[in-house]
Design a protein around this ligand. Structure first.
Ligand code: NAD
Length: 251
């Protein structure tokens, strides 16, 4: 039985055309939420919106572009009348050692992941205030908690997302807007390079001996997006099969 925890709510999910964003959009819609899928992959995004039906709208949004954010928020309010939830999920990953990375390539990752998340929070604020409150879920990573070789730009951006989520939680609290960050470990999507189940083999030594699934991320996002998490803000939520728990054990 579907609960009514998203009845009357409207969510914007960036990077919603595929991977975790698609899973989050589909999950929220199945729970009765109206969803705006925002991405740069127009064909894929339109297809996801069409598959969901009347409860979904696709908008083209490069999250690093402030004017496009304004347009996306306006389109959301025009179509669904309000905006209650933002899932800042869009992101790019570059596996490049510092020694080999150009400053331009570093800034490309920072602009999409870090500036994109910040612009999202800033851009939805007036609409969320008008709605009387809301919830923002920012997608960081395990790479926002610890270092991984050859991901300096990505990790910098994900540490920044963790930090700015706490700042926004403090600043937006008077408007009844909660802000939390999620920290996925390896999730089976195109970003991980092998979206089929062979990815699981690389993670056999984890306490939960496999990669994570998109729906497992969607369930955590849904918890944070709705009033089930009404006493939670400025916090970090890890879903990593136990990777950060420490060393030893059965693996
Ligand atoms: P993915 O590559 O399948 O999806 C990312 C989506 O973001 C794509 O639809 C892409 O088009 C979109 N996107 C990229 N640049 C954009 C831009 N400038 N504007 C708007 N949309 C843009 O990857 P995913 O695994 O679904 O990743 C989703 C989020 O989860 C990312 O922020 C990623 O860093 C994070 N994450 C992923 C993993 C993992 O193991 N897959 C782990 C930790 C964190």
């Amino acid at each position: 039985m579907v609960s009514d925890r998203f009845t009357g709510k409207v969510a914007v999910v960036t990077g919603g055309a595929r991977g975790q964003g698609e899973g989050i959009a589909r999950f929220l819609a199945a729970e009765g939420c109206k969803v705006v899928i925002a991405d740069v992959l127009d064909q894929e995004g339109e297809a996801v919106a069409q598959a969901i039906g009347e409860a979904a709208l696709y908008v083209h949004l490069d999250v690093s572009d402030e004017a496009q954010w304004q347009a996306a928020v306006a389109a959301t309010v025009e179509r669904f009348g309000r905006l209650d939830i933002l899932v800042n999920n869009a992101g790019i990953l570059s596996w490049t050692p510092i020694e080999e990375m150009s400053a331009d390539d570093y800034m490309k990752v920072i602009r999409v992941n870090q500036l994109g998340c910040w612009l999202g929070m800033k851009s939805v604020l007036p609409a969320m205030k008008a709605a009387g409150g809301g919830s923002i879920v920012n997608t960081s990573s395990l790479a926002g908690l610890t270092g991984f070789a050859a991901t300096s730009a990505y990790a910098s951006s994900k540490f920044a997302i963790r930090g700015m989520s706490k700042c926004a939680a403090l600043e937006f609290a008077p408007y009844k807007i909660r802000v939390n960050s999620i920290h996925p470990g390896p999730i089976r999507t195109a970003m991980m390079g092998s979206p089929d189940s062979t990815l699981n083999d690389a993670y056999r030594s984890l306490p939960i001996p496999r990669a994570g699934e998109v729906e497992e991320v969607a369930r955590m996002v849904a918890f944070l997006a709705c009033d089930d998490s009404s006493y939670t803000t400025g916090a970090e939520f890890v879903l990593d099969g136990g990777m950060m728990a420490g060393f030893g054990g059965q693996g």
